[in-house]
Design a protein around this ligand. Structure first.
Ligand SMILES: *Cc1c(COP(=O)(O)O)cnc(C)c1O
Length: 393
């Protein structure tokens, strides 16, 4: 079989991840591969850990990228803390909270679910009730930005409640890290994981994770071995720590890529980066409303990097997204669960979060909706966004 050289199209990635990758990251990924015990590579690992600590906002020693996508970080977080028979309180207001509850049960632990409607936050009072009703809750788990709905969950009150009941506080920061403040130490998070391909703007393949001293103690005091060999932090930490004992071959080139993408995050400075996400999201949302869409997530708790909006009546979901891809080279996400076929999820993550992306996306959506017969005044989306930019708010 003879195939031509690989030639994927250049898309503007505005879905729920992956996001656009900076050329500097591609350069890093193309550097010479080293052995996983080469002293030069060990230094790169240490530098990557320091950068991760800075971006997570933590001094936790056990901070490293798990080999695998965001879900491997989720699984690593839960499987290292929980043993069969343990109890976990799991907040579920979307697909990823549901995935956490599923993982908890697969490893033989009990999940007390705190279900809240999709599109809304999980109220801290409901978490408090669940913690009270659960015998010896070992962990309280919550998603910071629920990518299935675009809700940004406030964390501090839940952290306080978890600690009051003696539980560890576990947070999914897959979509938030690099786009909104996570501040692991200040917030009081004991276990926090993320992924490379959302607001860190690196290709998918690694899941940064960090464990507090209390979390490390819980792992050290386990009665049984960690149920997953591949994700066992008691083994992986001996490779990332001073012992340098081989566990599995580190994904060398991906760690180069992560190091470079974190360097870019740190160079921009966190405050400026969060403000950039806020500003472009405000402009995008103004434009979406001007072309007849309704924002989906609970007001006051909308995540800037993932904007969910309801599709106007009479517009076909899949066909419109297909046209956006074919005619405008732009990818956006469809709805999940209760919102499947009803909403779009438009990502503004990391490198994809720019004025150019906002304008291109609004231009494409407006022209598709107009051609479907919607009475939108020409340029309505762009001028609403422009107005937001000019007011700066
Ligand atoms: C994307 C995502 C995940 C899963 O990450 P994968 O890289 O797809 O495995 C988990 N949690 C949240 C909130 C996400 O957005």
């Amino acid at each position: 079989m003879k195939l031509g050289a690989l030639n994927p199209p250049q898309r503007l990635l505005m879905g729920p991840g992956p996001s656009a990758v900076h050329p500097r990251v591609f350069e890093a990924i193309g550097k010479p591969v080293l052995g996983h015990l080469d002293p030069a590579f060990l230094e790169i690992m240490d530098e990557t850990r320091s950068l991760l600590q800075a971006v997570f906002g933590t001094e936790n020693k056990l901070t490293l990228p798990v080999s695998g996508t965001g879900s491997s970080g989720m699984e690593a977080a839960l499987v290292n803390i929980l043993e069969p028979g343990d109890h976990a309180v799991v907040c579920v207001n979307g697909a990823f909270g549901g995935r956490m509850a599923d993982i908890v049960e697969r490893y033989g632990a009990h999940a007390t679910r705190v279900d809240s409607p999709w599109g809304e936050i999980v109220p801290p009072e409901k978490v408090a009730d669940a913690l009270n009703e659960t015998p010896n809750p070992k962990v309280a788990a919550i998603v910071h930005v629920e990518t299935s709905t675009g809700v940004l969950q406030p964390l501090r009150e839940v952290a306080r409640l978890a600690h009051e009941s003696g539980a560890l506080f576990l947070v999914d920061a897959v979509t938030s890290l690099g786009g909104a403040p996570v501040d692991v130490d200040e917030t009081g998070i004991d276990v926090c994981y993320s992924a490379t391909q959302k607001c860190l703007s690196c290709p998918p393949g690694l899941a940064p994770i960090t464990f507090s001293e209390r979390a490390v103690e819980a792992i050290e005091n386990r009665r049984s071995k960690v149920a997953s060999w591949y994700l066992d932090m008691t083994l992986i930490s001996k490779y990332w720590g001073s012992e340098r004992i081989y566990h599995h071959t580190a994904p060398i080139s991906m760690i180069y890529a992560l190091r470079e993408s974190l360097r870019i995050v740190v160079e921009e400075r966190p405050g400026a980066r969060y403000e950039r996400h806020r500003l472009h999201s405000a402009a995008l949302c103004a434009g979406l409303e001007a072309i007849g869409l309704t924002l989906g997530a609970q007001e006051g708790y909308r995540a800037p990097m993932l904007n969910m909006a309801f599709i106007p009546d009479g517009v076909g979901d899949a066909s419109a997204r297909r046209r956006l891809l074919d005619e405008f080279n732009i990818e956006i996400g469809g709805g999940l669960g209760a919102f499947a076929g009803k909403a779009w999820r438009i990502g503004l993550m990391g490198e994809s979060c720019s004025r150019a992306s906002v304008m291109r996306c609004l231009d494409g959506l407006e022209s598709i909706l107009r051609s479907e017969g919607l009475p939108i005044p020409q340029g309505a989306g762009l001028s609403a966004a422009m107005e937001r930019y000019e007011s700066g708010s």
